[in-house]
Design a binder for this molecule. Structure first.
Ligand SMILES: NC(=O)c1ccc[n+]([C@@H]2O[C@H](COP(=O)([O-])OP(=O)(O)OC[C@H]3O[C@@H](n4cnc5c(N)ncnc54)[C@H](OP(=O)(O)O)[C@@H]3O)[C@@H](O)[C@H]2O)c1
Length: 233
């Protein structure tokens, strides 16, 4: 596909982080640590997105289904001209995703895998068995710009919400795709120098190379701070 054939979706992301910048414990076990307000915030953001995208390790966690938060949000989606349920996009460059994960038990909306050419044909067939479509982009890693253009063209994704985890979000940032970052800063400290952050990949070595954002808004609700950053590009 010619890369000029279609547009990139608007990409935004949302995380709960601790006061020391962690998004989970070093064990990477899925432990929701935000308040009810944070959960509501997540559902409100989901209700503005055509699709939600996450990395294989985040999606494999028990209970993760990437669904809208019930009738109220489904109605809101319809009123905004969105489909009643968001598309669900899973990134797994090697195809290592656990196909017994809870997400495949709830068939309320389409599931799309983004994989790389590394995935052998037999495994591609297995992935096709649990998903509605498998898009292959890039030799060893998923070529995210190409994949997102395809999501826009084929699946009409105009707003894409990235819900992590650390590795996928880092790739999204490095590809220069992130336009808006929502952080809920929670009054907790997890510590640990291997606990994941919102960007676990190679480090930038110069200040000039750092991805730049502008603080767009910040609001205290209860004991948490809801901040929105916009890309300074
Ligand atoms: N606090 C929060 O708001 C929040 C939100 C989400 C997640 N989390 C936490 O984050 C942790 C998970 O993060 P994680 O970094 O371990 O995993 P992740 O980013 O969810 O998934 C990593 C996997 O996604 C695939 N992937 C990511 N980027 C890719 C790329 N550019 N090309 C190809 N494949 C790519 C790879 O799959 P393959 O190995 O199959 O190739 C990779 O192993 C968990 O602890 C979770 O609870 C926290």
């Amino acid at each position: 596909m010619n890369k000029n054939d279609s547009k990139l979706p608007f990409v935004f992301s949302n995380f709960a982080i601790t006061a020391d910048g962690k998004i989970a414990f070093a064990s990477r076990e899925f432990v929701p640590f935000g308040s009810k307000n944070d959960h509501r915030h997540m559902m409100e953001l989901r209700a503005t997105a055509d699709a939600i995208m996450a990395g294989a390790r985040t999606v494999e966690a028990p209970g993760v289904t990437m669904r809208p938060g019930g009738r109220k949000y489904q109605r809101l989606r319809l009123a905004r001209g969105l489909s009643e349920y968001n598309l669900r996009v899973i990134v797994t460059g090697s195809g290592s995703m656990n196909l017994q994960a809870d997400i495949f038990q709830s068939r309320f909306s389409r599931i799309i895998f983004l994989v790389s050419e590394r995935v052998p044909e037999k495994r591609l067939q297995e992935l096709r068995g649990v998903a509605n479509e498998v898009g292959v982009f890039g030799k060893t890693e998923v070529d995210l710009p190409a994949a997102l253009r395809w999501l826009n063209k084929k699946w009409k994704v105009k707003r894409l919400l990235c819900e992590g985890g650390a590795t996928l979000h880092d790739a999204v940032i490095r590809a220069g795709l992130l336009q808006e970052l929502h952080l809920t800063i929670c009054p907790k400290i997890f510590g640990g120098n291997t606990a994941p952050t919102i960007a676990d990949g190679g480090d930038f070595v110069k200040l000039a190379e750092a991805t730049q954002f502008k603080l767009s808004s910040a609001k205290r609700v209860g004991n948490e701070l809801f901040a929105v950053f916009k890309s300074a590009k």
